[in-house]
Design a binder for this molecule. Sequence first.
Ligand SMILES: Cc1cc2nc3c(=O)[nH]c(=O)nc-3n(C[C@H](O)[C@H](O)[C@H](O)COP(=O)(O)OP(=O)(O)OC[C@H]3O[C@@H](n4cnc5c(N)ncnc54)[C@H](O)[C@@H]3O)c2cc1C
Ligand SMILES: NC(=O)c1ccc[n+]([C@@H]2O[C@H](COP(=O)([O-])OP(=O)(O)OC[C@H]3O[C@@H](n4cnc5c(N)ncnc54)[C@H](OP(=O)(O)O)[C@@H]3O)[C@@H](O)[C@H]2O)c1
Length: 420
Amino acid sequence: MAETSDFFSRRCVWVNGPIIVGAGPSGLAVAACLREHGVPFVVLERSDCIASLWQRRTYHRLKLHLPKQFCELPRLPFPPGYPPYPSRRQFVDYLQSYAQHFDISPRFNHSVRSAHFDETSGLWRVNSLVAGSGGDSRCGEVEYIGRWLVAATGENAEKVVPEMQGLTEFGGRVVHVCDYKCGEVFAGERVLVVGCGNSGMEVSLDLCEHGAYPSLVVRDSVHVLPREIYGKSTFELAVLLMKWLPVRVVDKLMLILSWLVIGRTEKYGLRRPSAGPLELKSRSGRTPVLDIGALGKIKSGEIAVVPGVKRFSAGKVEFVNGNVREIDSVILATGYRSNVPSWLQGSDFFAADGFPRRPFPNSWKGKSGLYAVGFTKRGISGASSDAAMIAKDIGRLWREETRQGRRSRACMRRCISQLQ
Ligand SMILES: Cc1cc2nc3c(=O)[nH]c(=O)nc-3n(C[C@H](O)[C@H](O)[C@H](O)COP(=O)(O)OP(=O)(O)OC[C@H]3O[C@@H](n4cnc5c(N)ncnc54)[C@H](O)[C@@H]3O)c2cc1C
Ligand SMILES: NC(=O)c1ccc[n+]([C@@H]2O[C@H](COP(=O)([O-])OP(=O)(O)OC[C@H]3O[C@@H](n4cnc5c(N)ncnc54)[C@H](OP(=O)(O)O)[C@@H]3O)[C@@H](O)[C@H]2O)c1
């Protein structure tokens, strides 16, 4: 890689290899697989650390919900002795040693603002805003130019904060779940948790365990499954059954087994969607809740289930059924979204919702050297499978590009980019 010397005055950087945007598990997995193919790369990360979602935007008690064998990145297993469901800290430690093992050093504090394919030069031009680090408040813009672009910014890049009537007049504490760390600070408070996905359920449990009084908003239907069925991971069981049976049959079996383990959730205000959990996941991406204790607290009444919110007023919330509750704080566990449309320009590979238009398993490769990793709604195992395919494809192209005779083309591109 050729660079000018002064960090803040340089404008243009040629990248001999792919530019990977995002240093979460997906970006790291692609980088590691590229190493194996001998392809150099640059990873740009807006935060000041790898896996910022896991390090900065998740609560302390978080553990992987899926068994560890489904959450390993390619080519490096979890250390021996890790529990079946590693904690957030253990997962972060693993990712850090993964980055070290494959010698991946992302460029931190590089927030990608735009990326477009320049038809004339046949190159990607990626513009990033670089924030100073270690007390240095200077900012600068750097353009990275290269043959390939890998989008690895994740399905959960930005928090979703819905418009809710009267929320500005509420007056109490309002936080999105990405800023929630631990229930301790809410002890003794009446807390409204909006959203009943895995985050809303687990945060409600955490609040209970720290002496708060949570009410969980369930505005529609939700699939709650036990994390384990008779000692076997529910997810693993579903994956196993899917090898032989159609989705609808597996869904039926999973619901019967869940009913045997946790009973009818409808009794507690948790109505099930008409589509089964796996069908719903593949159709709309909605993840079923894997219960790790919240349901027990709902059954015992320690977590109240309440309907959709109509409006907020000072210290109060009114629900769609007309009931009113006094509350002290609100936690918005209302989900996340991809941010690709905000920075990727001139490509129709991604739809307006920030996900590739083509479904899995064809969602990893676009046109003109564009790739996407970690947008399959299949968690870390989906990202790992994308990463292996992307690296194989780029590895092949890299070998062709760098073969004798093609070198001049790469050099010419390099000259062009240095002149911009
Ligand atoms: C609370 C929670 C728990 C989860 N638990 C599991 C689980 O147990 N198992 C599982 O398989 N999945 C789980 N997931 C899903 C999970 O998000 C992913 O599987 C995993 O983190 C995806 O990795 P990623 O690299 O694709 O995205 P991320 O981890 O989100 O990483 C993307 C990176 O890109 C960076 N970035 C974003 N925009 C830019 C930009 N413009 N410029 C530069 N950098 C940028 C971000 O800062 C971030 O570091 C969980 C998700 C959440 C929210
Ligand atoms: N331990 C773990 O592994 C773990 C823990 C937490 C999260 N996760 C994962 O992280 C991802 C994100 O999970 P998440 O729970 O944060 O988000 P999510 O699954 O997208 O759930 C968001 C929830 O907010 C609700 N909601 C949105 N707007 C609302 C509104 N205006 N009023 C009421 N409810 C509203 C949604 O209801 P509707 O369904 O009605 O839209 C949904 O229940 C998922 O993949 C999840 O599996 C994993």
